[in-house]
Design a protein. Structure first.
Length: 395
């Protein structure tokens, strides 16, 4: 690498460090769980997407091991060559049944599912209308399509309607939104979105990665919570969060659309199939969720409890009713400092800053899990309160 590039990159990375934007990886010396080991110390984990506490669940681990014993470690193939086992079809059918959709196609991640979502369906004559806070993988997926791109201010339905009017001449239109917005924790206005889509003859796609498994009466996500089942054409989601947390994702929805993706989705055609262990583990998660809603209830009770304690302490929280509690700090360096001081108190959280959230909107995203106990939650809120006071964030 030449000297100029070396110098430019070193300066760029140093700049990130000065602005508090440099992301350090913390090494975890234990399995994922309510309590993890970091730097030789046991700390309570409040920043995992492990909403149902299933990441280290013995039943899921056993199911993954059994699937590996029965189906092998890897397939060394994409789906359409020799990478489809009965196990993959079983998982796709189980997801369709759980999400009450017509069909499902698996991907190695939801990032890949979103990379696949737009390009096969929407070309130059078409339009994609996207919430400004949608996940990075949606933004990247949209970029891969030649369709016209329109954005609306976060959850602003009047703006969404304007964009629908602006794009009246398009052949096909698709509205795409996160079900739960990952950095704020609020739920999309899916009822209104579907009504507008029906009025303007647009398709609707919802990325329910932060909702599948715990939100809605039986954990079917924001689509269930908002009562719009059957009105959403496409759902993308991940198994890498509430549903065991390993990896894998899917697009689930209308049969014809899923058929199209099997023919044309590039991450499906050109990237390896999902490993048997992941399929077996995820199937077990779905089986558990069908028979028992106590975990999801616990997740939401815990979130509610923590939110109440933090409000009482005077923290500036983004309003939401999910397992994500966004504690606004605004200043990047302060968010990093708050997180590292909390870690000293045995509470593991992370400061989020640009490019994950807009500049000047740094925050701590606290994520509650069914695995947390009441005492854990009180301990976390107390630590926030004492460090927050010491830093002058609350009075
Ligand atoms: C986490 C997340 C993804 C990515 O999921 P992976 O399976 O980890 O690739 C996609 N969309 C949203 C909204 C997410 O929160």
């Amino acid at each position: 690498m030449n000297e100029r590039i070396t110098q430019e990159l070193a300066e760029f990375l140093d700049g990130l460090k000065r602005e508090g934007l440099y992301k350090e990886e913390r090494i975890i010396d234990s399995p994922q769980g309510r309590e993890i080991e970091v730097g030789g110390k046991a700390v309570l984990n409040f920043c995992a997407n492990n909403y149902l506490g299933l990441s280290d669940d013995r039943r899921i681990i056993k199911a993954a091991q059994d699937a590996m014993d029965e189906w092998g470690y890897g397939l060394s193939s994409v789906r359409f060559i020799c990478g489809t086992q009965a196990l993959h079809k079983r998982l796709e059918a189980a997801i369709s049944s759980y999400l009450r959709s017509e069909d499902t196609i698996l991907f190695s991640s939801c990032f890949d599912a979103n990379a696949a979502l737009f390009e096969p369906l929407l070309g130059e004559e078409d339009a994609i209308i996207s919430d400004e806070l949608n996940h990075a993988s949606i933004i990247d997926g949209v970029r891969l399509s030649k369709a016209r791109r329109l954005r609306y201010a976060h959850s602003n339905m009047a703006e969404l309607e304007d964009r629908l009017k602006e794009s009246q001449g398009s052949r096909r239109r698709l509205i795409v939104t996160d079900g739960v917005f990952s950095m704020d924790g609020d739920v999309a206005k899916l009822g209104e979105i579907c009504t507008l889509a029906e009025r303007y003859d647009a398709l609707v796609a919802v990325d329910d990665s932060h909702a599948t498994g715990y939100l809605g009466a039986t954990g079917r996500g924001s689509v269930e919570l908002c009562g719009v089942e059957g009105r959403v054409d496409l759902i993308t989601t991940t198994f890498g969060k509430a549903c065991g947390g390993a990896s894998g994702g899917c697009i689930s929805g209308r049969r014809l659309l899923i058929d199209l993706y099997r023919q044309r989705a590039r991450p499906y055609l050109f990237s390896n199939t999902v490993a048997p262990a992941i399929c077996g583990g995820t199937l077990k998660v779905l089986e558990l969720l069908k028979s028992d809603t106590t975990l999801r209830e616990r997740t939401l009770q815990n979130a509610h409890h923590f939110r109440r304690l933090m409000e009482q302490a005077g923290f500036d929280l983004i309003k939401a009713e999910t397992a994500i509690v966004a504690v606004m700090v605004y200043d990047e360096a302060k968010a990093v400092e708050l997180a590292s001081r909390l870690l000293e108190e045995g509470i593991y959280v992370i400061g989020f800053s640009f490019p994950v959230v807009p500049k000047g909107k740094a925050r701590i995203r606290v994520q509650l899990s069914a695995a947390h106990s009441n005492e854990d939650i009180i301990r976390a809120a107390n630590a926030f309160t004492s460090v927050g006071r010491a830093m002058g964030l609350i009075s």
